[in-house]
Design a protein around this ligand. Structure first.
Ligand SMILES: C[S@@+](CC[C@H](N)C(=O)[O-])C[C@H]1O[C@@H](n2cnc3c(N)ncnc32)[C@H](O)[C@@H]1O
Length: 404
């Protein structure tokens, strides 16, 4: 197939050339040689043979660079790191209606995994570049193999600091393909205590970071089933959210990649485990050490990771990172009010006592949530001696939810 890019003709596409420190491939070199405008970071403009006659636009201000590229009537070339179609400038150029002719290099993420000697089809790649890093951090808390695109001021030290004592090996790949390239394997504590050269990519790896061969990248992050039967969990004296209640609670919590969920009064940890099965990071809180241990065991049995905190809510809540969603399975209006004050998008409370329903509803309303609720009275299939089915009533439970 010819790619028909008459770069000098009116309306010619913008040539976007990936840079990874290696010499340009022949076609990319020819595109650069024909350029009349070259846009790129100073380090890329300095490292490559930009023709003398070409105007240079140093990045910087991306908006100004896009405008300059769009206005240019000659042969515009944009130099960008790695694969410009991967968390890169191709999206921005296309959003402006510009046609592009991309010559990618090796992405920094692919290079970092290669230097570390790992496969990466089973990794999740997240970006903390130019955005709030908390979702990237939550993905690192929840998943065994994550690559983070970083930014100055939001790099390995800051992300490692936010991970706390999470059991992870970190690989920091600095200045890949450039003079001073360095790849360092360390603990989160070590990473948090150092300064790192930009640009860099951070790999966050659990001890068992390779879940095996998959067919999609990233692999499916949602479970094949949720609202699992109580028998799927170790629990004490039936102190576990019933499957029907848990399913509706999950629907309102909406846990997913990048989220942090609090499960307050976690008991067996069944809600926490199911949120983690959706790819969310989860902090599970219970005042009873035996329940904390049980939640840990249930997490292990379901192959997910929970941060289990032994503590009394609401007293322990100020020490926890901000949640996206909160499930209050234990504790009444005071716990719900304290959790709501932390700005989660959804708060869900399960209540056995009718007396608590109105105060919990009011606590959520007072915190500006749109409130709803239901009394759930499941009648489950049960057996009769002749093999026919009867209904077995489960205890009614109130579920109160708030969204904003
Ligand atoms: C906007 S993203 C661009 C990613 C790029 N498209 C790629 O495929 O590598 C910018 C981030 O990529 C990473 N990065 C780019 N070049 C790098 C390099 N030479 N060494 C390490 N990380 C790099 C850094 O995390 C940087 O903050």
């Amino acid at each position: 197939m010819t790619r028909g890019r008459d770069a000098g003709a009116a309306g010619a596409p913008v040539a976007v050339i990936g840079v990874d420190g290696r010499p340009l491939a022949p076609r990319a070199a020819a595109l650069l040689a024909g350029a009349t405008l070259v846009v790129g970071a100073a380090r890329h403009l300095d490292a490559l043979p930009v023709p003398d006659r070409a105007a240079r636009h140093v990045l910087g201000d991306v908006t100004a660079a896009l405008e300059a590229t769009g206005r240019h009537e000659g042969r515009a070339v944009v130099l960008a790191s790695g694969d410009p179609g991967f968390f890169g400038i191709v999206r921005l150029l296309r959003e402006r209606g510009l046609r592009v002719d991309v010559e990618p290099a090796v992405s920094s993420v692919a290079a970092a995994f290669a230097r570390a000697g790992h496969s990466w089809d089973d990794a999740v790649v997240v970006s903390a570049h130019g955005r709030d890093p908390r979702r990237a951090v939550n993905a690192c808390r929840a998943l065994p193999k994550v690559a983070v695109l970083t930014a100055p001021g939001c790099g390995p030290a800051e992300i490692a600091g936010a991970l706390g004592d999470l059991p992870r090996v970190l690989v920091v790949a600095e200045r890949l393909g450039a003079p001073g390239e360095r790849v360092t394997t360390c603990t989160p504590d070590e990473a948090a205590a150092r300064t790192w050269a930009d640009p860099n990519v951070l790999l966050v790896l659990a001890a068992d970071a390779s879940p095996g061969r998959g067919w999609a990248s990233p692999r499916r992050l949602t479970p094949s089933r949720w609202g699992l039967p109580e028998e799927s969990y170790e629990h004490r004296d039936s102190m576990i959210s019933k499957a029907e209640v848990r399913a509706l609670a999950l629907a309102h919590l909406g846990p997913g990649l990048g989220d942090l969920v609090w499960d307050l009064g976690c008991g067996s940890g069944s809600v926490a485990v199911e949120c983690a099965r959706f790819g969310a990071a989860v902090v599970a809180v219970d005042r009873d050490p035996a329940q904390c241990e049980r939640a840990r065991r249930n997490a292990r049995d379901h192959g997910v990771e929970l941060s289990v905190v032994r503590g009394d809510a609401p007293a322990c809540l100020p020490d926890l990172p901000d949640p996206d969603a909160v499930f209050a399975g234990g504790g009444g209006p005071a716990v719900v009010a304290a959790a709501a004050a932390r700005g989660a998008r959804s708060v869900v409370a399960a209540l056995a006592a009718v007396d608590r329903v109105a105060p919990v509803r009011d606590a959520l309303r007072a915190a500006s949530y749109e409130v709803g609720g239901a009394a759930l009275t499941a009648s489950r299939f049960g057996g009769l001696p002749d093999g026919s089915t009867r209904l077995v009533a489960a205890n009614p439970v109130f579920l109160v939810w708030g969204h904003r």
